[in-house]
Design a protein around this ligand. Structure first.
Ligand SMILES: [Ca+2]
Ligand SMILES: [Ca+2]
Length: 467
């Protein structure tokens, strides 16, 4: 029995009982992913444009609906527990209540951060507000940043909190194109804030919230455990994008669409140090939220971005290579399924993928039960022992790619390390008795290897590129 105390709310839950009750939910679809079978079943129906969905420290889904409501959803029973309907949300066209993130130390700092549009002197603006959770409600709004140029479309906006406890926020261009390349304006940017709303001292431009510029309408944002940040972005009639977000970079809009491949774009890109997307789609697909999957429950998805897609009605798996680029081919699931437009996505600690549909957003054909949350899971997966979970959590290699040596982090008791080449042949071995070691790589040819750590509990494997 795992017990969590959160803001005076005592939640006792037994992980095992979930699996049993979840298995009884009616099946919407099944499909193969590698050797696994993924089963899709409904968690809860009759919501209204699920814009964001995050896994809470209480093991509930926390969701925003675009018209303004924030709720906790029991992932087992599907029960929706409303927390608040934000009173000043301007839900107009694509605008409304958008992204949400919870404080990573929620027990000590029970805060939900949301971004939404509101009316200010007759025009739509966007703001970032912190709410405090207590007693089953969100209250005490604290505005961190307001007056971001807004509109009824092209307003982003997804939030994440980085390990240094700063907040990243994507803003859309709000159709104010001359402002997008101008760092004096906050639209068409990724912004970085301290959690009290002040500007971080180490932002790329002193005194400015702007972290990156040149974005059109970014509605997906995720950081991987290795620190890399990815965003998804809507293009016009061409060039939807996946970008690697790096401090101070320029992503080209509106002068560059997708890659720097046209003559006029090449000139602009060279003069302005434009960062090209790592993937672009023409015709467009309308990319929604991004998640990162790296759980053993669905092995063929490990190390991949998962992208919820609206217009093209599918879930895309974008496998990443060691350099952080997308390793083609990508795989599409739930294409034109009865679920329709997919917008919100999150992965639970048990390796289940939760998706929220967006059929009531004005672009879809909603059914009576839309919008819905569904869960994608490998029902045959048996969670591994606590020892293997500790090994999986601790085992890490750096740098990656490496050249002459790699530093290895392991559980306290160490492990037997083997470096395997792509034929599975062991090319180096080392017995390690503590939580850290150095692997000597001198003499190994450049390429991709597997590093396997074996303990008495089991094994874990990581990819290592040697350059
Ligand atoms: Ca771009
Ligand atoms: Ca182009």
């Amino acid at each position: 029995m795992q017990t969590l105390r959160i803001s005076g709310l005592l939640l006792a839950l037994t992980i095992g009982s979930w699996t049993n009750s979840q298995a009884q939910a009616p099946v919407v679809a099944t499909f193969p992913v590698g050797s696994a079978t993924v089963t899709v079943s409904e968690v809860t129906p009759r919501l209204n444009v699920i814009w964001d969905m995050v896994w809470g420290p209480d093991n509930f889904l926390w969701i925003t609906e675009r018209y303004g409501r924030i709720s906790r959803v029991n992932p087992v029973s599907g029960q929706v527990l409303p927390l608040i309907t934000v009173p000043d949300v301007a839900a107009n066209g694509e605008a409304g209540l958008l992204g949400m993130v919870l404080h990573p130390d929620f027990a000590a700092n029970p805060y939900a951060y949301v971004v939404y549009t509101y009316f200010s002197q007759g025009t739509i603006k966007e703001k970032i507000v912190r709410y405090t959770y207590a007693g089953g409600v969100l209250s005490a709004p604290l505005v961190l940043l307001s007056d971001i140029p807004g509109l009824s479309g092209h307003i982003g906006s997804r939030l994440i909190i980085l390990p240094d406890r700063t907040l990243l926020v994507t803003t859309g261009d709000a159709h104010l194109l001359p402002e997008v390349q101008n760092t004096a304006f906050l639209n068409g940017k990724t912004l970085r804030l301290n959690l009290d709303g002040t500007v971080p001292a180490n932002n790329p431009i002193a005194g400015s919230y702007v972290y990156t510029k040149g974005h059109r309408n970014s509605q997906g944002l995720v950081q991987l455990p290795n620190g890399r940040i990815y965003s998804s972005e809507h293009g016009p009639n061409n060039d939807d994008e996946i970008n690697r977000i790096e401090a101070g970079a320029n992503y080209g809009w509106p002068d560059v669409h997708g890659y720097c491949d046209l003559a006029n774009e090449q000139a602009f890109c060279a003069a302005n140090n434009v960062r090209e997307p790592i993937m672009a789609w023409t015709p467009t697909i309308a990319p929604g939220a991004l998640a990162y999957y790296d759980h053993p429950a669905i092995p063929a998805w490990r190390g991949s971005l998962l992208l919820a897609v609206m217009k093209n009605r599918q879930l895309l798996q974008l496998p990443l290579n060691a350099a952080g680029d997308i390793a083609m081919p990508s795989s599409a699931y739930l294409v034109n399924s009865e679920l329709g437009r997919l917008r919100a996505i999150c992965v639970s600690p048990q390796g289940k993928v939760y998706i929220g549909t967006s059929n009531r957003d004005g672009y879809g054909n909603p059914s009576a039960t839309d919008d819905r949350i569904v869960v994608l899971e490998n029902r045959s997966f048996t969670p591994t022992s606590a020892g293997v979970q500790q090994l999986e959590a601790a085992f890490a290699l750096a740098p990656n790619p490496a050249s002459t040596q790699a530093y290895v982090r392991l559980p306290a008791g160490g492990a037997h390390l083997r470096v395997l080449d792509m034929t599975g042949r062991s090319v180096r071995e080392k017995l390690v008795s503590g939580p850290a070691a150095t692997l000597d790589l001198v003499g190994l040819a450049a390429g991709v290897y597997l590093v396997r750590a074996q303990t008495t509990d089991g094994t874990a494997t990581r990819r290592l590129a040697i350059e």
